[in-house]
Structure formats: C-alpha cells, structure tokens
Design a protein around this ligand. Structure first.
Ligand SMILES: Cc1cc2nc3c(=O)[nH]c(=O)nc-3n(C[C@H](O)[C@H](O)[C@H](O)COP(=O)(O)OP(=O)(O)OC[C@H]3O[C@@H](n4cnc5c(N)ncnc54)[C@H](O)[C@@H]3O)c2cc1C
Length: 682
C-alpha cells in the first residue's frame, strides 16, 4: 500500500470506509467543532496517517456478511420502475418520468441520506468543508497505486446522498466538445447519442441566467446556471493578464457553447448556482423534491442495493439493505422490492458495476473469485475506469486579493458572517466556488515541440484532426484548494488544471459477493502513459507564467510546487509583487523538467470524474449496455448514469450526467409507451 498524501481529494473519511474508520473520523470531527479549519487540517493529517497504516493492513477479501441471503429477505410492494442509486443522473430520469405520468409507481433507492434544504448541500461554498468534515455525504474508493503515481494510494470520493455528486460537487459548469458526443454516436455506434441529440436535452435541463437566449443554452429548464452574484478581483486580473501576456489567445464569452471557436479562449466561468438565491443547482431539489404531490414517486434513502433479482434472465426487482445498520457491522434486514416493468441501475461508476457483478453479470474471472454464479459473461463490467487527472498549484497572494481562504479556513466567528450573508442575500463566499476563469487549451506548434516526443503520437492520432477537442482545461482559482497544514494562512491564488483525455485507464471490481462494504479491487490507472505526463508539464509552466504576472501574486507556495534541484533558475520564491508582463519566461533545464514530472506523479489526483465502467458500446468491443441502455444478455435491466460513457469528455462530468439522465428518460418513455417526455426544450 502506498503513501497517502494530504491532498484535497482524500479529505474526508466515512461512509465508504469500514465503520471503525468512520468512528475514528468522528472522534476527530467531534473534538474539532470548536476550532478553526487550520487546526482541523492538522488533525486530519494525523488521521490520514493512521488510516494509511490501517488500510495497508486491511486485505481485499470477503471478511463478513452484511446482508442476509436472499431467501431470508422480506418482499415488498411491486413498482413499475425501480432506480438503484439516486445520483445526478437518476434524479433527472426518475423525475422526468414521474412528472410525465404521475400514475407510474416509481421507487428510488439511495444509499445516502436526504439532502433537502440542508445547508451543507444547498450552499455551494460548502463543497470544501464537506470534504474536510466527515458528514457522511461521500463514499470513498480506495485505489491501488500504479507506476504512474509512484505506487501512491488514491482515494476517490463519490457523492453519497440524494442527488449524488450533484449535491456535493464543486458546481463548476463546463460542457464538453460536440465531437465527444459525436464519437459516442459514430465511433461507438450509439445511434441517437450524438451532439445533435444531446444538446437539445442539455438545453431542456437548464436556465442559463447569463444569457438565456444564447444558442445551445436553455432558458426555462429546472437547473439554474450563473456567474454567481459576486466576482472576485483576482478573476478580472487573471483575465487581464491572460490577454496582455498571451496575445495570440482570445477572450470568449462562453467556452461551453459546443463551438470549436471557443478553444484557446479565456472566459469567465459560470457555475451550477442560481444567482437569485445563491443555491446549488442539484438534481434532487429540481427534479425530485419539487414533486411532493406525487405519492407514486417513492424515495427510500439509506437503502443500499445489493443485487438485481432475476426470473430466468428477466430482471424483476432488487434486493436492498439498511445502509446505516450495514455500516455499523450489524446484520440489516434484507428486503426485496419488485419491478414489473424495469430495473434501472444508476449507482454511478462504482455502484453500478458492483451491483451487476453481485448479480452475476461480469467477467468470469471476477465472479469466480467471489464465488458468484455467472448469469451473463460481460467482461466489460468494471473495466476501463476513466477519470481526468487534476492538480491544484498554489501561490501566495496579497492581502487585497479577494479569495475563498477566509471561508475555507474560517474560524467559527468568520463562518457566522458568511452564513448570515448567504441567508439574508443569497450572496457572499458561500454562494460562490472561487473557480473564476478558465480556458480549454490546445497546444500551438511551438508547444508541441516542447512536448515531443512523448506527446507526438497522441497528438497525431487523436487530436490533430479534431479541432474542437482541448488537451487541457486550466482554471484560475481564488484561494488555497488543498489540505496541507503546513501551508500558511492568508490569501492564495491557485492554478487548477486537468487533462481532458488521459490515455491510461483503470478498473473497478467487487471483492465479495456478500460484503457490500468490502474495499473494491480498484485501480485508477493514473499517469501510466508518458504522454499524460508531458501535457501536465506543459500546463504547469504555462499557468505559472500567467500567475506570476498577476498583481496579487506574492510567490509560489514552495512546498506545493516541484522540488527543483539546487541552483535551478526555475526555483520557487516568495516575493513582494509580480514580474513585469514582458519579463522573459522562466528557463527550465532537463533536471527541472524531471522535477515537474515527479511533482505530478506525487500530486496528481482524481478530478472526481469517475466514468466509463459499464460502457455503452457494441458487446464485442467490451460494451455492457446497448444504445437503448439495455444490459446485454438480460431483459428489463438498464444502466443510466456516468458509468455508461463509452469514451471520455473534455469537461467536468455533471453536464454529461444530466445529459444521460435526460436521454434515459426519453428512451424509457419510448420503451414503455409513456407520453410527455420531450427530446428538447418545450
Ligand atoms: C467532490 C466532487 C466534485 C465534483 N465537482 C464537479 C464539478 O464542479 N462540476 C462537474 O461538472 N462535475 C463535478 N463532479 C462530478 C459529478 O458530480 C459526477 O460526474 C456526477 O455526479 C455523476 O453522476 P452519476 O449519476 O453517474 O453518479 P452519482 O452522482 O455519483 O450518483 C450515484 C448515486 O448512487 C448511490 N449508490 C451507489 N451505490 C449504491 C447502491 N449499491 N445502492 C444504492 N445507492 C447507491 C450513491 O450514493 C450516489 O448517490 C464532482 C464530483 C465529486 C464527487
């Protein structure tokens, strides 16, 4: 088991880990309520060290049973449709179907808890403290280190609450390239899944407050998108510097308009926030909670789905257990709920393949190890785990910089001020995410030379002929977005960047037929290809040149940058101000480049964009579902969440989850003869 570093992505412990780990986390949580977040970080650091050694001792084996065998299960009501997992996509699909036909009996089962009107879900700025404090709103997936990241262990969180990731994510609104969806249709042979089909559905889902009449955006959908009420001065400065320094790059109004023209254009970044209320635009509130009147739409939270029940090869229901009892190592009551028309797996990129495998659908080698009788041989289940690779690189900022630091590391008194402002006006740092401006980057000829030879082949075979595909997304963030307690308090700027289409992928499989809480055999597969490392090096240098020209810049946070060799001209510095806009770029030697690569191997983490583990592809190509979302080899069983993505998208993945949710509603309505689910805005 590799080293665990205190990076942002592992900043929480709880539901996905064993109960004793959660208890450990709770002790820290309880004992730190009265102190500020800086002290909290130190305690977390200690907790992680303990956890790392506990996890290192744990084995990936079937240790105990958390649910009773199917014969012991009690039977429940019969529904028309059952959703197993109710995250970002599922709430959209279930909500649309329920609204179209209120007589449909729909059961939504969710392992996490309700989110309705809870501050830590509806206030967007809480996303950071949700990761800090173990509120039980995440599942944590422990990934084996690989050679790409020096054998480091990775912990990949996913949302665990009604609304899933949409209830806890960073509210970054980014849409992919049109060609990403066109690849789904043309390369992976999924008729009806091209950009011409999905863009109208995305328009239907949203109200784009910055400009409701903008082409490709929506004007009366349930999810509100805005620039948030308050902008930070560092945001305007980042855009000013970008244009003054990188004169060949333009400014664009919107890089999420599916136009190739927005590539290499700097823009302000919109967020999944309603500017009028300052609330998060999650799918639970805007597709499910607004349908209280519909008693046929039944939501059961804290229910973990174990497996699908089949009669022959026809799915007729699911077996599920009390999630709270299960995690406390009790033996929860097992229940079977029956579905007369359809079972939909929508438990995300970890949950859906796990349910399939526990139900006997997957690779023989995986099922045999767990003693599960195979129902359908589908080697693609849990395969090709895909993510983006992100890093947040911090810089010191001057006192007049407006940043999220005073919220992220707030004392209880400071926190009260932010809460009051949000409550009274729906504004302030809690109505923001501090992720202000960004660019979708493609390299120039000159840039390509700097990445040669590692990136040559990838460029030629994947990017060169698809001009709307960016290589990286780079964003300017206000504040320190990390968890290293050694980083001093004060204001910070951060350059955050992720690679849009990393070549290396991983896998995720169950390790037990009966223990729903055993760690999965999960390999994220980060940075195993040299091309994936070369593009990070290029982006690091570029973002550093921009940041050190911003008037708020006060030097690099040295401990969070590459450790350059002694005497390096690229060494990090604390300074009193920026360099001149026309200052020459820093010169990097081969040794400096090696230090940057090592830095990325040590620091790259999940972008929380887990996708691809039940791919919608032809069966012979490793597919798990067809283009009607039907699981191959069985009947009445579909998958509808980000696990079905057949190839990566050049964007944060909530948009794609919404597109999949809307498309699934259209498909299910067509299949079941339900009227009133439209394929675009009305
Ligand atoms: C910390 C974080 C930050 C992110 N930031 C952004 C961002 O800023 N912008 C963006 O666009 N995207 C972001 N994302 C990604 C985005 O939220 C996800 O891509 C999206 O939520 C995936 O949707 P989904 O429906 O596939 O799965 P999820 O939303 O993960 O939903 C799956 C649901 O199924 C439940 N479940 C799992 N197993 C079971 C089971 N056995 N039984 C019952 N229920 C089960 C889970 O609890 C969960 O609620 C972020 C994600 C995270 C975790």
């Amino acid at each position: 088991m590799g080293k665990i570093t205190p990076s942002l992505s592992i900043l929480a412990v709880g539901s996905g880990l064993r109960s004793e780990d959660s208890e450990l986390a709770l002790i820290v949580h309880r004992s730190t309520r009265a102190i500020d977040n800086a002290r909290l970080l130190i305690l977390w650091h200690r907790l992680f060290s303990r956890l790392a050694s506990k996890l290192a001792r744990s084995r990936l084996t079937d240790s105990s049973s958390f649910y009773q065998q199917p014969t012991m299960a009690t039977e429940e009501t019969t529904y028309d449709i059952i959703f197993a997992g109710s995250g970002a996509a599922a709430c959209v699909t279930a909500g649309r179907l329920a609204a179209a036909d209120p007589t449909l009996k729909i059961l939504v089962l969710e392992a996490g808890a309700h989110t309705r009107d809870l501050d830590h879900h509806v206030r967007p700025g809480n996303y950071f403290s949700n990761l800090l404090v173990p509120r039980d709103v995440f599942s944590f997936h422990l990934g084996q280190g690989g050679k790409g990241t020096n054998g480091r262990t990775h912990i990949v969180p996913t949302g665990r609450a009604l609304g899933g990731g949409s209830a806890v994510n960073f509210v970054m609104y980014v849409r992919p390239a049109a060609s990403d969806y066109d690849d789904w249709e043309n390369v992976h042979r999924n008729k009806g899944w091209g950009s011409k089909d999905l863009i109208p559905l995305l328009r239907k889902a949203e109200t784009y407050q910055p400009d409701p009449s903008a082409p490709t955006h929506g004007f009366n959908g349930p999810l509100k998108i805005s620039f948030a009420q308050d902008s930070h001065n560092v945001s305007d400065e980042a855009l000013r510097v970008a244009q003054a320094y990188e004169k060949e790059y333009k400014a664009v109004d919107d890089f999420s308009n599916f136009s190739g023209d927005s590539i290499n254009g700097w823009t302000r970044l919109p967020r999944w926030i309603d500017a009028k209320t300052g609330r998060r635009s999650d799918t639970a509130h805007y597709y499910i909670y607004n349908q209280d009147h519909n008693k046929n739409l039944e939501v059961q939270t804290r229910r973990k789905v174990a497996r699908v029940i089949f009669e022959g090869n026809r799915a007729v229901g699911v077996e599920h257990v009390d999630d709270v009892v299960g995690r406390s190592k009790g033996v929860p009551e097992s229940r079977i709920s029956r579905a007369s028309r359809l079972v939909v797996l929508s438990a995300g990129a970890f949950g859906s393949p796990a349910i399939l495998e526990r139900s006997g659908i997957g690779a023989a080698s995986v099922l045999e190890k767990c003693g599960i009788k195979q129902l359908v041989d589908l080697p693609g289940v849990g395969d090709k785990y895909t993510d983006h690779n992100v890093v947040f690189v911090p810089y010191h900022a001057s006192e007049d910089a407006e940043t999220m630091d005073s919220l992220f590391r707030a004392t209880p008194e400071e926190a009260k001020v932010h809460s009051k402002q949000w409550l009274e006006f729906g504004s302030g740092l809690l109505a923001n995410n501090g992720i202000n401006s960004g660019i979708k980057l493609r390299p120039t000829e000159e840039d390509l030379k700097s990445m040669s030879p590692e990136f040559d082949d990838r460029w030629a075979t994947f990017f060169a002929n698809t001009p709307d595909k960016p290589v990286m997304v780079l964003a300017n963030l206000s504040g320190y977005f990390g968890a290293n307690p050694a980083v001093p308090r004060g204001n910070h700027l951060t350059a955050g960047y992720y690679s849009c289409y990393p070549i290396s992928t991983g896998h995720v499989h169950i390790t037990s037929a009966t223990d729903l809480y055993s760690h999965m055999d999960f390999k994220p597969g980060f940075l195993e290809h040299p091309a994936d490392v070369a593009i990070l090096r290029w982006t690091y240098k570029r973002s550093r040149e921009l940041t050190r020209r911003m008037k708020y810049y006060r030097g690099e946070v040295e401990i969070c940058h590459p450790q350059y060799p002694a005497g390096s001209l690229a060494a990090c510095n604390r300074t009193d101000g920026p360099v001149d806009i026309d200052a020459p770029p820093l010169a990097y030697t081969k040794e400096d480049d090696d230090a940057i690569d090592e830095y990325h191997r040590q620091n790259i983490e999940t972008t929380w964009h887990s996708i691809g583990t039940c791919a919608m592809k032809p069966r012979e190509k490793g597919g798990v579902v067809d283009s009607r979302l039907n699981v191959y080899g069985v009947q009445n069983l579909k998958v509808a969440d980000c696990s079905i993505t057949p190839s990566n998208v050049s964007a944060n993945t909530y948009s794609t989850a919404v597109a999949i949710g809307e498309k699934a509603a259209v498909i299910i309505a067509e299949d079941l003869g339900i009227k009133g689910v439209t394929a675009g805005p009305t």
